[in-house]
Ligand binder design. Structure first.
Ligand code: 5AD
Ligand code: SF4
Length: 464
């Protein structure tokens, strides 16, 4: 039976936090598509609103509860007009808070963690059944189990036409969870232990994306370079997986994020040396440049080991652009510890970096540490760190002027007659040109920079 417009329902997913959540939101959309849900960008029209939450930093739950307050008002308006709206909370806040969300916000119909997305249609059916009851008797459907079964096997692959709408670049989650237990981080608790998807499953999803027009895939994992997928009984690391993906004809660019220094093994570094498809941009968080803070963070590496690793990577791929994460104001961080962080930033020379003030995450070992750093000091350190990183980013952009870089043209530009894309180093590039350039890699001469991007000029189109 063909579906009629009348029974199509509208789905609005609000995504917080990391790229893995972006991928998960897409897959939730895929899981609901066969059940008549299509995405809308207008939340006021939505029959189902899902908040895909992130718990990694402070005030995550407060943000969710205030959003739920707004949704309750929207739901009341919809009901006044004879409609309705169902509300679900997904992601890591849902995993961490579970029942508490349903208790504090009775407006919620479903609360479910990242391991339960393949059961979304079932949950929805149960929640709809609850709806038939009197509102005061309704109970939210809660699913925060870590199941034995493989959720990826049960999640439908994206439909071709859906994937095309997602554009030329796509995310592909290959690994979930984390066994590292950095003392500041909630991920090992909300996302659970490290799990890798089997090689065949990853290759099949990648082929599907490429067939649907995707040219660039970013492999995702909380600790992606800890990937160890099964291949007919043999364990395959991320390096080998990259060689296997490089064989897919039509796949032009491969990236991965985010990595732990301890898991940067020889095979992965060799892949950077050998594979043109593997882009020379690496997000490799160090968090701090001080050995005593790294120890307190349970990072399992020293500043010197990180520097040696960077040298090995740059030997394999001399033009590698580096990115990182930094936390300032970890408990006990002295002025000298912070200076050590500025020092490692100066030594590495980052193309970009993300920096955060430490925030206590309940349930993590860091939450029990004394010697918390005051807000004023954290602010000042964050400001100094970001000033240094901004200078490095500007210098990196400036160093590209005069070079010709292959740019994957992805979209129309901000101004008419312009198009935009990305350099191998993940920089945004704008240039004059028609929309016929979109969809291919073109040689672009970099002629200038603007605040956060490069300005280019088309050199020569790659033959079709
Ligand atoms: N406080 C501040 N930053 C944090 N991060 C993770 N947990 C915390 C926390 N409790 C940062 C780390 C990590 C990034 C994703 O978020 O830098 O690499
Ligand atoms: Fe969190 Fe550390 Fe695991 Fe990254 S490696 S997800 S920071 S515990």
């Amino acid at each position: 039976m063909t579906e009629t417009r009348a029974n199509t329902k509208k789905l609005f997913i609000k995504t917080y936090g990391c790229q893995m959540n972006v991928y998960d939101s897409d897959r939730m959309g895929d899981a609901l598509a066969p059940h008549g849900y299509e995405p809308t960008l207008d939340i006021a029209q939505a029959d189902l609103v899902l908040l895909n939450t992130c718990h990694i930093r402070e005030k995550a739950s407060e943000k969710v509860f205030s959003e739920l307050g707004r949704l309750k008002e929207l739901q009341t308006e919809r009901r006044a007009m004879g409609g309705d709206m169902m509300i679900g909370v997904a992601g890591c806040v849902a995993q961490a808070e579970g029942e508490e969300i349903a208790r504090r916000a009775p407006v919620v119909d479903m609360v479910f963690g990242p391991q339960a997305y393949h059961r979304l249609p079932d949950m929805l059916a149960k929640a709809e059944a609850q709806r038939q009851l009197h509102p005061s008797m309704k109970r939210a459907v809660i699913d925060t189990d870590f199941p034995e079964e493989d959720k990826f096997e049960h999640l439908p692959l994206p439909k071709k036409e859906v994937t095309i709408k997602r554009g030329l670049t796509a995310f592909l989650t290959v690994q979930e969870g984390c066994d590292k237990f950095c003392s500041f981080c909630v991920v090992p608790y909300t996302r659970g232990a490290e799990v890798s998807r089997p090689v065949a499953q990853v290759l099949a999803e990648a082929r599907g994306l490429v067939e649907a027009g995707v040219k660039e895939i970013t492999l995702l994992g909380q600790n992606v370079n800890a990937y160890h997928g099964d291949d007919k009984g043999r364990s395959v690391g991320l390096g080998e997986l990259a060689y296997r993906l490089a064989e897919i004809s039509g796949l032009e660019r491969l990236r991965y994020t985010t990595s732990h220094p301890r898991d940067m093994d020889d095979a992965l570094i060799a892949a950077h040396r050998d594979l043109d498809i593997l882009m020379p941009y690496l997000h490799l968080p160090v968090q701090s440049g001080s050995d005593s803070i790294l120890k307190a963070m349970n990072r399992r590496h020293t500043a010197a080991e990180y520097m040696t690793l960077i040298e090995r990577i740059k030997t394999a791929r001399p033009d590698m652009a580096l990115s990182g994460d930094f936390i300032v104001g970890f408990p006990g961080e002295s002025d000298q510890d912070f200076e050590d962080t500025l020092r490692i930033i100066a030594d590495v020379g980052y193309a970009s970096a993300y920096s955060f003030k430490y925030s206590t995450r309940p349930g993590t070992p860091g939450a029990n540490l004394g010697d918390q750093i005051g807000e004023v000091v954290k602010n000042e350190r964050l400001w100094r760190l970001q000033e240094l990183v901004n200078k490095q980013t500007t210098a990196f952009h400036a160093s590209c002027v005069g070079k010709t870089l292959p740019v994957l043209i992805e979209r129309p530009g901000r101004m008419p007659g312009q198009v935009g894309g990305r350099s191998p180093y993940l920089q945004a590039v704008h240039l004059n040109g028609g929309t016929e350039l979109i969809g291919a890699i073109h040689q672009v001469e970099i002629v200038g920079t603007s605040t956060n991007s490069l300005v280019g000029q088309l050199r020569q189109a790659v033959a079709a």
